[in-house]
Design a protein around this ligand. Structure first.
Ligand code: NDP
Ligand code: HSE
Length: 451
């Protein structure tokens, strides 16, 4: 005789037996780039998902803003514009939040958790701002809150950090976590395409946020850095704790200059555990940086993302894949949904937030890295020595210097050895006061080299 419900492959039941083959009811909030793909996968893969979960997983409602928009692939009877009523309905077990923004999803997720529903979300802005409150609500109500899709699209990085590396000590998590900006920088570097044309294309391809300022000014990457730093270092880090610069000031001249130093420019998110004489702190920062062409992150192009994790015993791990777009992100959402559904079937729960370490946040001033500084200078004898002297005065050692053009067009680019950020900013402030320096046009960090 066969079991009415087969144990899904790879599942360790927490209870002795599945509670039963009762269908798991799902509410999907939002049917945009990601939500539409989640509904499609749930429909197309229903039989496999049922076999993996041990019960049918059934969409019981889909909330949208505008009911007049025609929607393919969903029974119109499931559509509603009343998300608040949907999330607490008795036939809903799991709420999948794919609306975006902060205030509305925060309220809806709180209501769902308090009503005993598990929640899956791709919302990094929300998790970076309010993970504490939402995790507490999930713990209190003994339900799951999963958010794998919130960082780096399809790439599994939350689960490896919270589960696979749960017994190790992570020292650094760094990489490219925003698909839109990586797509823009790659296109600009490879084809010389215009910034605003490429940004518009990223929107059409479903990579960009509803307000793409979040992408290009680095807010989206800062939210992801906050989430990564929180889980990697067992401390609560919010987006406000992350030092942030976007890519809007990067010019074709910077990309060309980077190429002359055998580098390319990428928007990086870097989360590090710092140790100053035994006192530990966290540095979390997002900025465009030059990286050498031979560095593994230099070959990550288009909307692809990559995250490098360095931990004490595992060493260096690299995760690579599609960082944005409807279907790749929906794949990560589906992984969480299947986990949450299995937990329902077997009366289990996923890991809770861990913030026991409570490490303080370090100031960007104390971070050590290398710098690229580009400036327009007067083309006359002694200027190079004057400029170099200012770097020396602040204890910043120059590694390479290049001058191009002449007269009013003279452009000086300098790459430094490692120095504290405070020393760099004091140097630049002093350069801006010099009458031989017409303009400091760019200051970028250089990562991925140890000189
Ligand atoms: P979209 O803007 O494409 O879709 C948002 C959906 O939410 C739309 O269907 C919209 O309805 C619906 N919506 C808006 N307001 C309400 C409301 N008041 N009630 C009910 N529904 C509402 O967003 P995405 O799919 O691109 O992104 C969704 C989430 O996933 C965001 O948090 C985003 O940051 C995150 N994410 C996105 C990725 C991507 O590549 N796109 C990757 C990783 C995460 P309507 O259709 O009627 O306008
Ligand atoms: N706008 C985001 C990006 C979506 O471009 O990476 C994925 O989180």
């Amino acid at each position: 005789m066969t079991d009415p419900v087969q144990t899904p492959i790879g599942v360790e039941p927490i209870g002795a037996e599945p509670i039963g083959a009762e269908p798991i009811g799902v509410a999907v909030l939002g049917m945009g780039n990601v939500g539409a793909e989640v509904v499609r996968i749930l429909t197309d893969n229903a039989a496999d998902i049922q076999a993996r979960v041990g019960a049918p997983v059934v969409v019981r409602g889909v909330a949208v803003r505008d009911l007049t928009v025609p929607r393919e692939g969903v029974d119109p009877a499931l559509l509603t514009d009343d998300a608040a009523a949907l999330v607490t309905r008795a036939d809903i077990d799991i709420v999948v939040e794919l609306i975006g923004g902060i205030d509305l999803p925060r309220t809806l997720i709180r209501q769902a958790l308090e009503a005993g529903k598990s929640v899956v979300t791709a919302n990094k802005a929300l998790m970076a701002a309010h993970s504490g409150e939402l995790s507490d609500a999930a713990a209190r109500n003994r339900v799951d809150l999963y958010f794998e899709a919130a960082v780096a699209g399809a790439i599994p990085v939350i689960r490896p950090l919270t589960q696979s590396l749960a017994g190790d000590s992570v020292n650094r998590v760094a990489g490219i976590v925003n698909g839109t900006t990586n797509y823009i920088l790659s296109e600009m570097a490879e084809t010389g395409a215009d910034y605003s044309d490429v940004l518009a294309e990223a929107g059409r391809l479903g990579y960009a946020e509803a307000d793409p300022t979040a992408d290009v000014e680095g807010y989206d990457a800062a939210s992801k850095a906050a989430i990564l730093a929180s889980i990697a270092f067992h401390s609560r880090v919010t987006a406000d704790d992350v030092y942030r610069e976007g890519i809007t000031k990067i010019t074709p001249a910077d990309l060309a200059a980077a190429a002359k130093f055998d580098c390319t420019v990428k928007l990086l998110a870097i989360c590090e555990r710092l140790n100053d004489g035994g006192t530990e702190s966290i540095s979390a920062r997002v900025y465009p940086a030059l990286i050498p062409l031979e560095h593994p992150l230099a070959t990550v192009n288009g909307a692809f993302n990559a995250v490098v994790v360095e931990s004490e015993n595992a060493g260096r791990l690299m995760f690579y894949g599609q960082g944005a777009g409807g279907a790749p992100t929906a794949a990560a959402v589906m992984g969480d949904l299947v986990m949450a559904a299995r937990n329902r079937v077997y009366s289990g729960r996923g890991p809770l937030e861990s913030t026991y370490a409570s490490l303080p946040i370090a100031s960007i001033d104390d971070v050590q890295t290398r710098y690229y500084v580009a400036m327009k200078v007067a083309d006359r004898p002694g200027v190079l020595a004057q400029v170099a002297g200012e770097f020396a005065l602040n204890g910043v050692s120059i590694a390479a210097m290049r001058q191009e053009g002449a007269g009013d067009e003279a452009r000086l680019t300098i790459v430094t050895h490692r120095a504290a950020d405070r020393a760099q900013s004091e140097t630049v402030a002093a350069l801006e006061q010099m009458d031989t320096v017409i303009k400091v046009s760019s200051v970028l960090r250089m990562e991925g080299t140890n000189e």
